[in-house]
Ligand binder design. Structure first.
Ligand SMILES: Cc1ncc(COP(=O)(O)O)c(C=O)c1O
Length: 315
């Protein structure tokens, strides 16, 4: 399946055409996954295009570079501007934005710190990650036979390219067995997250999510949803979750930039709650989609408006 990409890629400070944004087979990142990346969404709001939670995403990318010992050739502010310009120039009213920083050519020693780092930003149109239907009816998920990388074997907090081979195993396995997604246990046997989503469980009026100590990626959507849940008056708890607690939860859902807020209707073919999206998940979706479409006020200042077509410093 081809990407429905915008025509330009921001490549080391200049815009190049999509078809010219290529790299050599000898670059370090291609061999060892020495890259960091982000996934950010721009939404079409009633007032025009707006990027959701731009600054937290840029900050996480800066943190990922620190964990990967990669010197970034640009400041966070410069990266933010470049992201906005990419969306503006590419002109897609709603898109998924992929900034990527990678180790380039030089040594193929595993310690590639002397190699130059490169930055690319591109965007493409991307609908609901688990399908429009799953947003309403809920996804069918399995507990993966794979464990989430632990802080002893990697850097779960870092959105680091090579680490995602492990996440690919989870998603391939889930699809192979006919599920929409796989959920991982952490190295202590407690729930961690999905292959590309954080996990929430609801019991009564209390909303639980696994803490950062459960080897999760600190999701930007996760934090946004915790805020929305508090706004709606629910009690929220960041607390370890056992596998069996999922089976008896009233509602389960996953969050992520790609997956947005996706309800779960079954785990390991065991029906969750009424086997469809629950009322609290729906209430959180209504808030989330209300804000990102501009139908509700952006009360937390999460949206960065972008004027399509207008690029100040595009080359
Ligand atoms: C492993 C993993 N967990 C969770 C998430 C959700 O994070 P966010 O809401 O910041 O997209 C992602 C996606 O970035 C992810 O790759």
């Amino acid at each position: 399946m081809a990407l429905n990409n915008g025509p330009y890629v921001w490549f080391d400070g200049k815009f190049v055409k999509w078809e010219d944004a290529t790299v050599h087979v000898g670059i370090h990142a291609l061999h060892y996954g020495s890259s960091v990346f982000e996934g950010i969404r721009a939404y079409e709001t009633q007032q025009g295009t707006a990027i959701f939670q731009l600054e937290p995403h840029v900050q996480r990318m800066v943190n990922s570079c620190k964990l990967m010992r990669m010197a970034i050739p640009y400041s966070g502010a410069e990266l933010s501007t470049a992201i906005q310009e990419t969306v503006a120039l590419n002109g897609q009213p709603a898109c998924y934005i992929r900034p990527l920083i990678f180790r380039g050519m030089g040594s193929l020693d595993l310690d590639g710190r002397s190699n130059p780092n490169h930055v690319v930003i591109f965007s493409f149109a991307w609908g609901a990650y688990l399908g429009e239907e799953a947003l309403e009816k809920g996804a069918e998920v399995m507990i993966s036979s794979w464990r989430r990388i632990s802080p002893e074997t990697g850097s779960p907090l870092g959105k680091i390219g090579g680490q995602y081979v492990s996440n690919s195993f989870v998603r391939m396995e889930a699809h192979e067995f006919g599920f929409d997604e796989g959920l991982l246990l952490d190295s202590n046997g407690m729930m961690s997250e999905g292959s590309g989503e954080n996990l929430f469980a609801i019991f009564g009026n209390t909303i639980y999510t696994a803490p950062v100590g459960s080897s999760i990626l600190a999701g930007v959507t996760r934090l946004s949803v915790l805020q929305l849940a508090r706004d709606l008056g629910y009690e929220v708890r960041e607390q370890t979750l056992s596998r069996d607690s999922l089976y008896v939860a009233d509602e389960l859902f996953m969050t992520g930039t790609a997956a947005e807020i996706s309800p779960i209707r079954s785990v390991d073919r065991i029906q969750i709650g009424a086997g469809k999206r629950g009322p609290i998940t729906k209430a959180l979706q209504d808030e989330f989609f209300g804000i990102v479409t501009g139908k509700m006020p952006d009360r937390h200042g999460w949206l960065t408006p972008v004027k399509l077509g207008e690029v100040a410093s595009g080359d």
